[in-house]
Write a protein that binds this ligand. Structure first.
Ligand code: HEC
Length: 126
């Protein structure tokens, strides 16, 4: 019985790590990374989120909910690792699908590019 529970526990641990692997640690934001993110944004995100990141892209206007304006709060959080998860997995029941097919490095570039819209807004307010 004891052996069984140890085995079951081991299996449990293995399955959690497989399903809910913690998001990888954010790499440092560099100009090169943001450049990759900018290109990936133009190719994959701009139609909905708009060139200015304000959610006003042409393909987004008929959606409910509408694409996020990146200067507003994010449902799933604004920490780089949270935004990475959103970009990778999407948000359930919305047009925001996961983009796991984009290479991981480009997804991190997207994270920093997306967050840069908000920093620009914060600077303007000052
Ligand atoms: C088909 C339109 C569409 C495309 C393309 C799209 N998004 Fe979204 N996105 C949405 C919608 C709609 C929401 C808002 C969902 C909600 O309110 O729950 C959203 C929300 C978000 C959010 C906010 C999440 C939160 O926690 O509130 C981020 C960040 C985001 N998108 C990033 C991206 C990135 C990066 C790309 C490109 C790789 C992208 N999106 C492509 C429609 C889109």
């Amino acid at each position: 019985m004891k052996i069984f529970s140890i085995a079951a526990f081991g299996f449990f641990v293995v399955s959690i790590t497989a399903v809910a692997a913690p998001a990888p640690k954010p790499p440092k934001s560099t100009p090169q990374l943001i450049e990759k993110g900018t290109a990936a944004y133009k190719a994959n995100c701009e139609v909905c989120h708009g060139p200015a990141g304000d959610g006003m892209g042409p393909a987004g206007q008929a959606l409910n909910p509408k694409p996020r304006n990146f200067t507003e709060p994010f449902k799933a959080g604004k920490k780089p690792e949270q935004v990475f998860k959103t970009i990778s997995e999407g948000l359930p029941n919305t047009a925001m699908v996961g983009f796991a097919q984009i290479p991981e490095e480009d997804r991190w570039g997207l994270v920093y590019y997306v967050l840069s819209f908000d920093k620009a807004a914060a600077k303007k307010k000052k």
